[in-house]
Design a protein around this ligand. Structure first.
Ligand code: ZN
Length: 274
């Protein structure tokens, strides 16, 4: 894939760099698109982050993340709504292409996954008017089913597409290879997402064998077992022409290396593998 389409998701260098260092470092590496996380922005301060983005001429492919909707009781519901409204404001403030939604697992003590899924639909629909008027598309990112209990009970692209069908304008899908590569219906659902014009992002990394940690042992593209060119071809044919984020949570490897080296390897693999 041509380097112009690379966006560096700042989770990839979160242990090495602050937001400011990442902006400078990515610019020096010839990367002009990034996707920050809210804690990184908060640490920098939104006003200062905005200035850095504009001074360095950076584009923001997405802001990670809103979501965590399922609630137990009125207080938790209000907190989830408020936090997501703040996330929409932050995404608008930095000109993010979308707000990525990690929709949330079951409320504490609950065994009701169907109910949690209903609450996700309910609260996205609740915040959607604000997202629309702020011009911030909401990107539902289905997560691998191993995260259904604690991170998201939206686990397949089909489920994300069904949600988008229900919710309408202003909601789309972020496709992360790590979460969906195993799905036997993947090619059809990618085509469906594309037909509806709702692919908001593509996240790249690889699935290592063995995986030593379920959250923080993702691989660099080419080091694992995902047929990245195959899936990328499906996403291409579905009409997606936007940024492709390199997003690697790697406590055991890449977070321990100098960030400049991580960026160089990511660039090489983006061109040679993806
Ligand atoms: Zn992702």
């Amino acid at each position: 894939m041509p380097l112009e389409r690379l966006s560096m998701n700042l989770a990839t260098v979160r242990e090495q760099w602050t937001f400011e260092e990442a902006v400078v470092g990515c610019r020096e590496a010839g990367i002009a698109t990034i996707a920050p996380w809210r804690d990184q922005l908060e640490h920098c301060g939104i006003a200062r982050a905005r200035r850095l983005i504009s001074d360095y001429g950076m584009s923001i492919s997405g802001l990670c993340r809103g979501g965590f909707f399922p609630y137990d009781g009125a207080r938790e519901r209000r907190a989830a709504v408020d936090d997501n409204l703040r996330a929409i404001e932050e995404a608008a403030a930095i000109g993010a292409g979308c707000l990525v939604l990690v929709c949330g697992g079951l409320p504490a003590g609950s065994r009701n996954i169907a109910g949690a899924r209903e609450q996700i639909e309910e609260l996205i629909s609740k915040i959607l008017p604000e997202a629309r008027s702020a011009g911030v598309p909401l990107g539902i990112e289905p997560l691998h089913p191993m995260y259904a209990a604690d991170r998201s009970c939206v686990n397949t692209l089909a489920q994300a597409n069904d949600l988008c069908d229900l919710l309408g304008e202003g909601v789309g899908v972020v496709i992360d290879l790590y979460h969906v590569w195993w799905d036997p219906r993947l090619s059809g659902e990618i085509a469906r997402t594309g037909e509806a014009g709702r692919i908001l992002g593509l996240h790249l990394c690889d699935w290592l064998v063995p995986t030593r940690d379920l959250a923080t042992d993702r691989g660099m593209m080419g080091d694992g077992i995902i047929d990245i060119p195959l899936v990328r071809g499906w996403v291409d044919r579905a009409g997606y022409k936007g940024a492709c984020e390199v997003e690697i949570f790697s406590a055991l490897n890449w977070w321990k290396r100098p960030a400049g080296e991580v960026l160089e390897v990511a660039k090489q693999r983006f061109v040679s593998v993806c």
